[in-house]
Write a protein that binds this ligand. Structure first.
Ligand SMILES: *Cc1c(COP(=O)(O)O)cnc(C)c1O
Length: 462
């Protein structure tokens, strides 16, 4: 299998190349050229298997023989052994037919661990094979940075530099990054805001000469391997609820659309899915696009569900590529228009998307109400991101006889601000992290200057 760009111009790549590459050279994102199929028998045979074994079976066709089965199975097993729950991603039944899929039992308490625990190992495997080293650079306002650091801390062939805005991330989020004292982990606090940090990372990818030829790798959600790893929990949870013999629906708290696109891939592989409900916070581009065909940027709003605060939803491009019949030229034209002015989808692709996707947007005031309401009904304290999903699932549930699986994307202890605002005394960190606030930290404060950051990276990479 090869991987092709959503804009139709960049060269097709192998799996190894696509893992080591971020964005395609034509500005598009990579997707598999063909979608591997899971037959009814394949799905039925997954009943009762471990998460790691299901993960191996779902992902193996995408790897395309570029890693031998035994090694790949080992990488997968090691990745998911870092989760603190034996089921890795347990299902928690909320009422007669509504389930929470708890994706927050990984090292940093948010769903990004599912993908980044595997991605770090895949990168290290390929770099070792090639006898190369690489540098990872990323900017974070929270969840991605810590998940990337945890995913790479044991990787001999990688050095990771994560930039966060100085004194502008929560204490828990900062400590999750800065208390990892591994030799290959470098936390940089930038004296500026998140956009400054992001701009410096972008500029470093655009001109990599400061690294003298060492490969620079991106671990943001446009990396195909992250999508691939996320397909697994859609399959595993549906199988646990009786797939392929009955359909399920999913509700996904969404921002960059990586998570829900993985669900769509599971559907395209043959998983029987009734519908996907997209939940957004007040940053509602996905909701506006689906309901009003308003595909336009709006100003960023800071919300109580900060990991969903986005203006542009980068992975939506992958879905547009499918909706436009894989016409890269049409996708490129649409996205180029969207860069500069409000855009709209053509009628046929939009109609097609509306058959499978519903959406709902939840503002901050409603979000607090939902946390209280969900607790009253189910005794669960939801994190603010999951709360958007809970409300969207209830509002857009459709056929009530179809099980609804809402993805719980973070542990409530990680987002205490919203939980406290909703009137709860807070949520303790899970036992394996309860000393987080006492652990030693290491980070470097730098001015928001590209040259200072690049010099730091060049001098400290190993
Ligand atoms: C990243 C994140 C999301 C959004 O996921 P996307 O794949 O960007 O749509 C939702 N909730 C939490 C807690 C996150 O960290």
């Amino acid at each position: 299998m090869r991987y092709i760009s959503t804009r139709g111009q960049a060269p097709a790549l192998s799996f190894e190349e696509v893992v080591l590459t971020g964005m395609a050279s034509d500005g598009g994102l990579y997707v598999p050229e063909t979608v591997p199929q899971l037959s009814t028998d394949d799905l039925a045979a997954m009943a009762g298997l471990s998460y790691a074994e299901i993960a191996f079976r779902v992902m193996q066709p995408f790897v395309n023989g570029e890693i031998d089965d035994e090694t790949f199975r080992l990488l997968v097993t090691e990745a998911y052994a870092t989760f603190s729950h034996d089921a890795v991603v347990p299902l928690n039944q909320l009422d007669a037919n509504h389930f929470l899929l708890e994706l927050f039992h990984g090292p940093t308490l948010a769903f990004k661990d599912v993908a980044l625990q595997l991605l770090g190992r895949l990168l290290d495997h390929f770099l070792k094979k090639r006898g190369e080293r690489a540098v990872i650079m990323g900017a974070t306002s929270g969840d991605t940075g810590s998940a990337a650091i945890e995913g790479c801390r044991h990787c001999d062939n990688l050095d990771i530099f994560i930039l966060h805005p100085y004194q502008r991330v929560s204490e828990v989020q900062r400590r999750q990054m800065t208390s990892v004292l591994a030799d290959n982990v470098f936390n940089v606090a930038i004296e500026g805001n998140f956009d400054d940090a992001q701009a410096m990372v972008k500029a470093s990818f655009a001109d990599q000469s400061f690294l003298n030829g060492t490969r620079l790798v991106a671990v943001n959600s446009i990396n195909w391997a992250r999508i691939m790893a996320q397909i697994v929990y859609y399959v595993a949870s549906a199988v646990a609820l009786g797939s392929p013999h009955r359909k399920v629906s999913f509700c996904v708290p969404s921002a960059n659309f990586g998570n829900v696109f993985a669900g769509y891939m599971a559907y395209r592989m043959g998983l029987p899915v009734e519908r996907f409900v997209i939940a957004t916070n007040a940053n509602d581009i996905l909701h506006r696009t689906l309901t009003a065909n308003d595909f336009s940027k709006q100003e960023l709003k800071a919300t109580l569900a900060p990991s969903m605060d986005i203006v542009v939803s980068s992975n939506f491009e992958r879905l547009l590529f499918e909706a436009y019949g894989r016409d890269g030229t049409a996708v490129a034209a649409l996205l180029e228009r969207f860069q500069d002015e409000p855009a709209a989808l053509a009628d046929a692709p939009l109609a097609q998307l509306r058959k499978l996707f519903a959406s709902h947007s939840v503002d901050d005031a409603t979000l607090l109400e939902v946390i209280r309401e969900a607790h009253h009904r189910t005794h669960e304290i939801l994190d603010p991101h999951t709360a958007t999903g809970y409300r969207a699932a209830e509002r857009e549930r459709g056929d009530a006889s179809v099980p609804m699986i809402t993805l719980a994307t973070a542990h409530p202890a990680k987002f205490a601000e919203a939980v406290v605002k909703a009137g709860f005394p807070g949520v303790p960190l899970p036992p394996h992290m309860d000393d987080l606030l006492e652990r030693d930290e290491r980070y470097t404060v730098l001015p928001a200057e590209l040259s200072a950051v690049q010099q730091f990276v060049a001098e400290n990479r190993r």
